[in-house]
Design a protein around this ligand. Sequence first.
Ligand code: SF4
Length: 334
Amino acid sequence: MNRFSYARASAVAQAIDQHRANATAAFIAGGTNLVDLLREDVARPAVLVDINRLPLKSIDATPNGGLKIGALVTNSAVAYDDTVVMRYPLLAQAILAGASAQIRNVATVGGNLLQRTRCHYFYDAGTPCNKRDPGTGCPAKEGINRIHAILGASDQCIAVHPSDMCVALAALDATVHLSGTDGTRTLPFADFHRLPGDTPHIDSNLRADELVTAIELPEEGFAAHHAYVKVRDRASYAFALVSAAVGVELDGDMIVDAHCALGGVAHKPWRDPEAETLLRGEPLNAATVRGFAQALLRGAQGRRGNAFKIELAARVIMRAFELATQRSLEEVAP
Ligand code: SF4
């Protein structure tokens, strides 16, 4: 582990200034991922800027009927917040499917967005890795790749984003609030994380001088019909092989609207609004959902260790729609 200095900020502008003063500085909040990265010599910041005292710990109603969650609210506090449980239970379900209770008690919303892949090679500083050390190669392509991407991967990197919470935020059409030296801005959640392309070392569209300050949820939370289904190698404290966050609005057995995001399959939560048009205005049955799954998984490519994920993803989607709508889809099929 490299040596670093420590600074503590009590205001957002102060934190951004302290961070900007050193090109390798890193913000630290819960530290549940960053401390691992420091220990493994994957992250080598010269300065750690502690942001735990920033006033970003509240959950507030927004004027347009949504909910704004501060970046320093812990995962547990979000999952057990009364409003989240009542209006955005999909988000609560996804959070509680992730990590352990101890980690959720300190991990923050902002940190969850910015956690790094769990690719084994990325954490092993003795191996090449384009994400850790650009231009060195990607041993996962021909190596151990059971947990890796089937969608949106590149020749440079086949890693996946490990978050459960982010899959629900993608399905819910959340917005990310950012503060930087030029002021504040927002990004639709779908535009926050990036695909690896030729720059796999860059995980998100967060600028170097910016800090995530909040997540905003729209009014619609799919409270009536939602499900988060996560398939993993062991029952708890494991990352998703495939997960699906589904929210559905129904009129009888007709789908009025449906959102579906996948986790464990790509460098970012995987969602395709065009594929979702195949659901809107259609009867809820196995054929409709299967057609949607095929469209969402179009272009999926498996490797030796992870090809099983393509069929698994189709089944997880079907199961998530069944749980969300409390229907056996085969029974209502025409
Ligand atoms: Fe590194 Fe990405 Fe390849 Fe993993 S998949 S070894 S993170 S370049």
